[in-house]
Design a protein around this ligand. Sequence first.
Ligand SMILES: [Zn+2]
Length: 269
Amino acid sequence: MKRPKRGVPEGLWTRCPGCQAAIYKKDADRLLNVCPQCEYHFYVSAQERIGQVLDDGTFEEWDAHLQPADPLEFADQKPYKERLVAEQKRTGLSDAAVTGTGMIRARRVAFGVTDSAFIMGSMGSVVGERLARLIERATEQHLPLIIISGSGGGARMHEGILSLMQMAKVSAALARYDRSGGLFISVLTNPTMGGVAASFASLGDLVFAEPKALIGFAGPRTIKATIRLELPQGFQTSEFLLAHGFVDRIVHRARLKNEIAAAIDYCGK
Ligand SMILES: [Zn+2]
């Protein structure tokens, strides 16, 4: 059990995983949850992200009524059905993706975000279906499409093949969106892994990433154990992927909204 430090009210300070400094939470909050010492980008929830990127009060959620099911009656440490209820209660989300429409500096967009707090932001049927419908509406309504990924879990194993097919479904919807001339900006945040990285998150016309995010397919330990080679320095970070052409631009959280707006204008959308 963690012993609270004497004289310091719990919850006011946090340890930065980037620089190990003790950070006063309010200082980080003021900077959109970025470390004031080293600019480490802390986790932000889907709700906070909507507040940071979209103009105040403009977000309208789509397909909130879609609810996850348990078609395989899957159980690991606990039954998936119970896990879903526990995650919903803990996060206030019905599943790991929130989608809808809103304005970014007065430009209407179709907007989706995955939240790594909900079963690691993994893509099950609801995440896939919400994203596919988001993309289809963006196609019909000729809207720029912005998806911000925070998905450490990839495809959600609890729904087996039904999760895996979401990769193809969402990718096919993106192909139709692309043919209609749409602009898709994919924003990768820490972490974006597995079947999410291997489908929609990598398919942006423009791929932005937050600094020092972990981005990849299999985790570094798995790869190391498989190929038995030392991995290069900084492997699977935003910076490494920028250097190798997988990411187009690293964008500090404080500039994300402006950079998206500028990209939409630049592309004439
Ligand atoms: Zn730091």
